[in-house]
Design a protein around this ligand. Sequence first.
Ligand SMILES: Nc1ncnc2c1ncn2[C@@H]1O[C@H](COP(=O)(O)OP(=O)(O)OP(=O)(O)O)[C@@H](O)[C@H]1O
Ligand code: SF4
Ligand SMILES: [Mg+2]
Length: 389
Amino acid sequence: MTASTGVSTSRNNSDGRSNDDALLLVDNLSVGFPTEDGVVHAVRGVSYTLRPREVLGIVGESGSGKSVTSMAVMGLLPKSAQVSGSVRFRNDELLGLSESALAKFRGEHLAMIFQDPMSSLNPVYTVGWQIAEALRAHHDMSKDAAMTRAVELLTTVGIPRAKERANNYPHEFSGGMRQRAVIAIAMANDPDVIIADEPTTALDVTVQAQVLDTLTTARHETGAAMVLITHDLGVVAGQADRVLVMYAGKPVEIGSVDDIFYTPRMPYTLGLLGSLPRLDAGDAERLTPIVGSPPSLINLPPGCPFAPRCPIRQPICDVEEPELRPTTSATHVAACHFSEQLEGKSPADLFQTSVADDVLPEDAGESEQQDRVVRGEETAEQVPGGGQS
Ligand SMILES: Nc1ncnc2c1ncn2[C@@H]1O[C@H](COP(=O)(O)OP(=O)(O)OP(=O)(O)O)[C@@H](O)[C@H]1O
Ligand code: SF4
Ligand SMILES: [Mg+2]
């Protein structure tokens, strides 16, 4: 991994918050991967502050750079990655640290939980042994004391008959139990920050809820702050204090959960909200998916990367990529030239359902309907100033 710094000296982060009381401070973090076709600009200037005990949800479509951001924070990227910016834990800069110094940080302060628990568990050792080893790696503990603590941790994360179960191998655990065991390992050294990357995506719905509860227990027991990465805004609503919405390698909106859910100021965020199934929604509130796909991160064209999918796109959007700027408050920031126009708008005001019978002729094919949604026809005029440049 090659690293260079390009850090702002401002006392405020571009998420609008003071840098002073941040536990984890990510500043203008960028990551590129050289490939035969060119550099993949996977992360393009991510900044956020995480305060003690806070939960930051990071949401965005597949490929938006959520995992690469977190791997950069943890120092787990491949050597070929080109990394710039800054990642500070309290006052220590982590980018550019040696592998051994980083390993010490990871053990004592930062823990990561991955989507697939088997990537963190070794199939040839018992679960209890693995938790005990995680403890002994950073504490002067006897094997017996470590095993006793491992059983306590398994009990805390809700494994029944933990003393017996500690002697099982990972394959003898169900998927949900394995993820709980990984959470126990993450808790082992009382971390200050837990980064959970899609911790429930591989699990079925009922188990997902249990694992989310276990994560909450882990936070309360350790007092750790958490970065929770997910595709699912529903998960964020129940867990996070703040939300960072990522698109094409960049944060496009950051705010409190209420900011994001009740006063979103970036069309992509509205699109995500409109794609969220709601059990209480009637027929009038159909899902309004965002048509189209994110751009390639090699040779990104100029302008707003969301423009090809944006229903309120204007000519300037194709020329100038918007910066994050304050919206309803200093700490609610969005990257959109026309964020003011979203005041009071619902997802359905911007994004049409692909079965919008009322606005499309009966014989319009699916592709025509989708094209219209992508072009923003029928929607631009619903937004004040829509259609004007
Ligand atoms: N080692 C690598 N070499 C080249 N490109 C990479 C590498 N790792 C990731 N990428 C690319 O970086 C981009 C961001 O990937 P990342 O895994 O962070 O997405 P994500 O938001 O976590 O997606 P998902 O929701 O599917 O997990 C993607 O385009 C991915 O293909
Ligand atoms: S209005 Fe323009 S700047 Fe805002 S999201 Fe749409 S394309 Fe991007
Ligand atoms: Mg990912």
